[in-house]
Ligand binder design. Structure first.
Ligand code: GLU
Length: 293
């Protein structure tokens, strides 16, 4: 038996978990908790714990944030197995997957700007998904356009091809995957190669991640990842979406909000090991609570 962050797990065969921060800001205590969950899960069941830097967004990723992440992890005493992995070094793999989806006729080019999408949404009934209004499909079936474009998944075709899908969350139980609620998601961005969905799903396969341990805020996205796994013949990991640390207004801690960066605590001489030990005991800093599982 293993108890991690207050959650009891039955014995598992774990090959690897990962902590996958995006280096577009400093890590805060919510990240420390997430890293601790993935780390302790791997250590409890003899798997590897990997650090994957999700630096695909060249405009927002910063080398100083990458350096701080690596230093923060060492300071927290959450030591990854092996060197950090970088998404920016795997673009060819993402491009090859996009090619396969093109060959299957499952993706299409989209030239729409944000304002064109907003305009199109005014003209027709809007469907709302977990990320807001669903893309109205303006470019589906369009053969050419001007300027930059992204690639979108033809969701209807994709779900028709795979049929019903499900996945397992170790805390929440078996789940029906319903990616259709997201509509035609972007898989290759205008401004950055590959979307989070495509890159993270492929990487979890490349890195032989048997258990994806990450925050509850990403729970709904797993339906998209499950669909991509099926379309690209990738293995299906198990998941644990851990509870989130919330601030005093009940909002998840975000890089942009008041939560103090770990690097500041580190530079002020605080002990990372003590912070991790307190989190393990379920002791949270003043004003911070844990979301309900
Ligand atoms: N890079 C994502 C983030 O920082 C996490 C992705 C994941 O764990 O799947 O929110």
């Amino acid at each position: 038996m293993g108890k991690i962050a207050g959650v009891e797990f039955a014995p598992q065969v774990v090959s690897a978990t990962r902590f996958a921060p995006s280096p577009n800001g400093r890590l805060h205590i919510g990240h420390a908790f997430s890293a601790l969950c993935a780390h302790d899960f791997a250590r409890a069941f003899g798997g590897k714990f990997l650090l994957r830097i999700e630096d695909i967004d060249g405009t927002r990723s910063r080398p100083e944030h990458i350096a701080a992440i690596i230093d923060d992890m060492a300071w927290l005493g959450l030591h990854p197995d092996g060197a950090p992995l970088f998404q920016s070094q795997r673009i060819a793999n993402y491009a090859a997957a996009l090619e396969r989806l093109k060959e299957k006729g499952l993706v299409y080019q989209c030239w729409c700007t944000r304002s064109e999408i907003a305009e199109a949404l005014k003209q027709q009934p809007v469907r709302h998904g977990p990320d807001g209004p669903v893309y109205p499909g303006t470019c589906r079936g369009r053969s050419g356009g001007d300027g930059d474009f992204c690639w979108r998944l033809d969701m209807e075709k994709a779900v028709a091809l795979t049929g019903p899908l499900s996945w397992i969350d170790l805390a929440a139980g078996p789940q029906i995957a319903n990616p259709a609620i997201f509509g035609d998601v972007v898989l290759w961005r205008k401004d950055a190669p590959a979307s989070y969905h495509l890159a993270a799903t492929l990487d979890d396969a490349t890195d032989a991640i048997s258990h994806v341990v990450r925050g509850m805020d990403l729970f709904a996205y797993t339906a998209i990842h499950r669909l991509l796994q099926q379309l690209l013949d990738l293995p299906q990991p198990l998941y644990w979406h851990h509870p989130l640390l919330l601030d005093d207004s009940g909002e998840k801690l975000a890089k942009s909000r008041a939560s103090k960066p770990l690097s500041e605590l580190r530079e002020a001489g605080e002990s990372g090991a003590a912070i991790v030990a307190a989190l393990r005991r379920g002791q949270l800093p003043l004003g911070i609570t844990l979301s309900r599982p």
